[in-house]
Design a protein around this ligand. Structure first.
Ligand code: GDP
Ligand code: MG
Length: 391
């Protein structure tokens, strides 16, 4: 049976944790078709949280000696570190197949654990407890202003990360498969582990690795006991981190665009020079194109794809020929699309059509070819197979 471990950070949650353990062990775990365990990560609480968990751990140990409640103490400050240490312990010491992130304060009502685990058992790699899909909600008693901050904050992060598939990017209630997702993440290198904003980076990395992500409705509840440790500082650092991740993700595309623009300038400048020199038409139009292809190849090689830089005379020549081949593909695309445009709209619309052809067809085509074939930053088994066949 799969083992799912709930990693639950707790910092002075004495009033909540006893009840939480009772509800999970007595009411929720028995309903779930997985081997469920709870790992509490304490942050040197001074209100007896630790003692309550230790006592419960003894109390609920079965007659066969099977423990299902564990406790560790975090060594570095911050919510992110609590989770990192919890995940590491759950995987290496407790052999978890999946881990869950869940708060101790009943804001993630325990009845929502089962639907999350069910989604996992049905094959999901990453389950997101979502407040912003049908069936999910934020507390009704929250003031409108607080609801707005939560909603727009989440929307802002969706915008900067360009993620419109997932509706709740800031939820703290999530389940992650260990194999293929969590074990692919270098946990100790996540951003902002000393803060709440680590959540955004963990989500970002998990989404990248997960092949099947599902959102499960979550009715987020209000905190009834003790005080929240979340504050404005945490919120601002969350936005900041989302922006950093958003830019990093698009960096290669931004460089690719810049190189393309420089290629266009090279093209235009040499067309002008050759015109002034009075070169024959065929030279004045063709040489600048090839020069812009050369400029694109060199700049992409040393800048856009610098981690995959092609080196050595033979390799460079052979790749450059391939690069020319892909440029030929762009020529075919533009010509075909242009002719279709002429037929549909008439020759008078060419100048309007051209930017659309470039932005929606030529650029995506080039970007795809560079990533998949020339510099191979994207891996496609089918393409690798064809290339091997072709030698
Ligand atoms: N171990 C540990 N737990 C923390 C830390 N900060 C917050 N928590 C726990 O993390 C959960 C969420 O914190 P909370 O203050 O309720 O934040 P909010 O729900 O975003 O307002 C609760 O279970 C807290 O006890 C920390 O630094 N270390
Ligand atoms: Mg809370």
């Amino acid at each position: 049976m799969d083992k799912v471990i709930i990693v639950m950070p707790a910092w002075n949650e004495a009033e909540n944790i006893r009840e939480m353990i009772k509800v999970l062990i007595n009411d929720e775990f028995p309903k779930i078709e997985a081997n469920m365990e709870l790992l509490v990560v304490d942050n040197h609480s001074t209100d007896g949280t630790k003692e309550i968990v230790e006592e419960a751990s003894k109390k609920y140990t079965s007659s066969t000696g099977h423990k299902n409640i564990y406790l560790i103490e975090q060594d570095k400050p911050g919510l992110g570190w609590a989770y990192v240490r919890g995940f590491q312990y759950a995987v290496s010491k407790l052999n978890a197949n999946a881990v869950m992130e869940m708060d101790a304060d009943f804001q993630h009502p325990p009845r929502f654990v089962k639907p999350m685990v069910d989604a996992y058992l049905k094959g999901a790699d990453y389950c997101i407890g979502s407040r912003y899909i049908k069936g999910g909600s934020v507390p009704k008693e929250w003031a409108e202003s607080r609801k707005a901050v939560s909603f727009f904050g989440n929307l802002f992060i969706r915008l900067v990360l360009l993620n419109f598939k997932i509706h709740d990017l800031t939820t703290g209630f999530r389940l992650t498969r260990v194999k293929g997702v969590l074990d692919k993440i270098d946990l100790e290198k996540l951003h902002d582990l000393d803060r709440f904003s680590y959540k955004v980076d963990l989500l970002y990395q998990s989404l990248k690795n997960s092949k099947k992500t599902v959102e499960v409705p979550l009715e987020f509840a209000s905190r009834t006991k003790e005080k929240s440790k979340f504050n404005w500082k945490e919120m601002i650092s969350t936005f900041k981190l989302a922006i950093i991740l958003g830019i990093k993700d698009k960096q290669r595309f931004i460089k690719f665009g810049t190189v393309g623009f420089i290629g266009y300038l090279v093209n235009a400048i040499f067309l002008r020079i050759l015109t002034v020199l009075g070169s024959p038409s065929i030279i004045a139009w063709s040489v600048p194109v090839e020069l812009s292809i050369v400029s694109n190849f060199i700049l992409n090689n040393i800048w856009t794809f610098k981690e995959k830089k092609i080196e050595g005379t033979k390799a460079v020549i052979s790749k450059f020929l391939q690069f020319n081949g892909t440029s030929l593909g762009a020529l075919v695309i533009q010509t075909v699309a242009g002719i279709i445009g002429d037929v549909l709209f008439g020759v008078g619309y060419r100048q309007i059509l051209l930017p659309f052809i470039i932005v929606f067809l030529v650029l995506p085509y080039n970007y795809f070819m560079y990533n998949a074939i020339i510099w191979k930053t994207w891996k496609f088994p089918a393409i690798a197979w064809i290339q091997k066949l072709l030698g």
